[in-house]
Design a protein around this ligand. Structure first.
Ligand SMILES: *Cc1c(COP(=O)(O)O)cnc(C)c1O
Length: 504
């Protein structure tokens, strides 16, 4: 891909008067417009003026710079970019769904409400929770909603002084952020050298501050891909001080069909539908973070909620928008959240069915352990033993050439791979986190293992090629330091920028 094409904006390709269409002149003028005159613009709309092929080629070339699960292996730990069957996209694009107006009366959109209702029921069955809301639009949004439910629960019991949330030091950054947005204070609990929660440290915190604790947030398996075996003990400790257990469901993948957060004693949880239930996501969306609660907390869930009743033998689905008990925490988003993501999750769950969905967790666990064991002689594995769906290396085993995790991640791009998650979790200096997901073939995994070994080899024999990677992408290694010291905050053309950079 040449940089000139890549760098051009459609506005730079514009030539005055050039057109890609010819339409008959409009036969109505400004005067016939029904808009109030003060709302009409008085200058010409500045749109790029291009011929048709220039437009088509511009956007086609830009689309080639994308990398998605359909282009290659995407081992992005923690973010779970799994296979997204194209049929799910097709179902989500059915006009019966895409042409629905959010205010369509319930009796005219029974199909969409039924889908939501059955999705809620499927999520309850898969997690052991009693009820779900589909409104939150992402994992972090689900965390905030879940914590608001927990606050509302305590407040209705006259315990509004519970304002602390216990969070392990290995947690995803959104956990403390959501707690802060919800007006709660974070108390950090330490991890043991094996990566799991330090139960002694938890006991100490609870004995000193238990009466102020609203909840403990946990991810299981945690962000290191390690299963927290002490969960029964942890939930006992937290419940005994009157606090609730929150489950961050971003890592639900390896547990699907094998075990359920509800059975482990969790009270409130969210699910990242876009991770576990197959929606390709990136650059911030699209997502969906349904929140589930155990029996006794349903009344605090946000509105609207999808409910069902049987009338004359027929099931009627309804959109409940208010609750007379005034226990609900109100609205957290518009309508039913990201409906298109809900359709894909529903299709994924229904097409696998009760039997096949049980394979998801074990296969995700098998692929992760296979990749980890095949690479641990050349990459530093700080936590030994079985992992679940993902694992973390701490850079190369041999660090003498100065090749970092960043260099390895950049070099992978040259070989057509998406980079793994790097420098997260923060527990190690050179974290490199791999999650292969359940759908990859042995050949794909072997290809990735071979490439990772080749890069480890290059780090010894030709470290410069790794340190200066990537070499085959439209934009090479960017200068982080220059970008921080002299940030370019307004747009200038590619030519101007190149001239500026080369003059330095
Ligand atoms: C991705 C992730 C989140 C946040 O979810 P978003 O949908 O990105 O807001 C929270 N916790 C963990 C462990 C995650 O991996």
């Amino acid at each position: 891909m040449n940089n000139k094409l890549y760098g051009n904006l459609i506005f730079e390709l514009s030539r005055p008067g050039r057109k890609g269409y010819s339409l008959p002149a409009a036969d109505f003028g400004h005067s016939s417009s029904e808009l109030p005159s003060q709302l009409l613009r008085d200058s010409k709309l500045e749109l790029p003026e291009c011929d048709e092929l220039t437009v088509v080629r511009h956007y086609t070339n830009l689309s080639h710079n994308n990398f998605g699960v359909n282009d290659g292996f995407y081992p992005l730990g923690s973010c779970t970019m799994k296979y997204n069957p194209v049929i799910n996209e097709e179902l989500a694009s059915l006009p019966a769904f895409t042409r629905l107006h959010p205010h369509t009366p319930a009796k005219l959109c029974q199909h969409a409400l039924r889908l939501c209702y059955e999705l809620q029921a499927a999520l309850s069955e898969l997690t052991g929770m009693s009820a779900f809301t589909l409104n939150p639009c992402a994992g972090a949004h689900g965390e905030l909603t879940g914590l608001m439910v927990i606050r509302a629960w305590h407040e209705h019991r006259g315990e509004s002084s519970r304002t602390k949330v216990i969070i392990p030091d290995s947690a995803h950054g959104t956990n403390p952020a959501s707690a802060a947005v919800c007006g709660l204070t974070v108390v950090e609990v330490k991890s043991l050298p094996d990566g799991t929660v330090d139960v002694q440290d938890l006991r100490r915190i609870v004995s000193q501050q238990g009466h102020e604790v609203a909840a403990m947030m946990m991810t299981n398996p945690n962000t290191l891909g390690i299963f927290e075996h002490a969960i029964p003990e942890i939930t006992d400790i937290v419940h005994s001080c009157g606090a609730l257990m929150y489950y961050d469901g971003a890592n639900l993948n390896p547990m699907l069909g094998s075990c359920r957060p509800g059975d482990m004693g969790f009270d409130v949880m969210h699910i990242n539908l876009h991770k576990t239930f197959s929606t390709p996501h990136g650059g911030g969306g699209p997502g969906s973070g349904p929140v589930g609660v155990r029996r006794g907390l349903e009344q605090h869930l946000p509105m609207p909620r999808v409910t069902a009743k049987v009338d004359n033998g027929a099931t009627i689905y309804e959109l409940q928008t208010h609750d007379n008990s005034e226990m609900t925490l109100g609205t957290v988003g518009t309508f039913l959240g990201n409906f298109n993501v809900l359709v894909k999750a529903y299709a994924y769950i229904r097409s696998l069915g009760r039997e096949n969905i049980k394979m998801v967790g074990p296969l995700a666990t098998l692929t992760a352990n296979y990749v980890k064991e095949s690479l641990k002689d050349v990459y530093e594995l700080p936590i030994q033993g079985l992992c679940k769906h993902e694992f973390v290396f701490d850079g190369l085993k041999d660090k003498s050439s100065g090749v970092t995790t960043m260099d390895v991640a950049k070099r992978l791009l040259d070989f057509g791979y998406h980079a793994p998650t790097i420098y997260f979790p923060l527990l190690f200096h050179e974290s490199l986190m791999v999650e292969p997901t359940e759908n990859e073939s042995k050949e794909t995994l072997d290809g990735f293992i071979g490439t990772m070994r080749k890069i480890a080899d290059e780090a010894k024999t030709n470290p410069d090629i790794v340190k200066t990677a990537p070499h085959t992408t439209p934009i090479g290694r960017v200068d982080d330091v220059l970008a921080a010291k002299q940030p370019v905050l307004t747009y200038s053309s590619w030519a101007t920028q190149s001239a500026r950079l080369s003059s330095q």
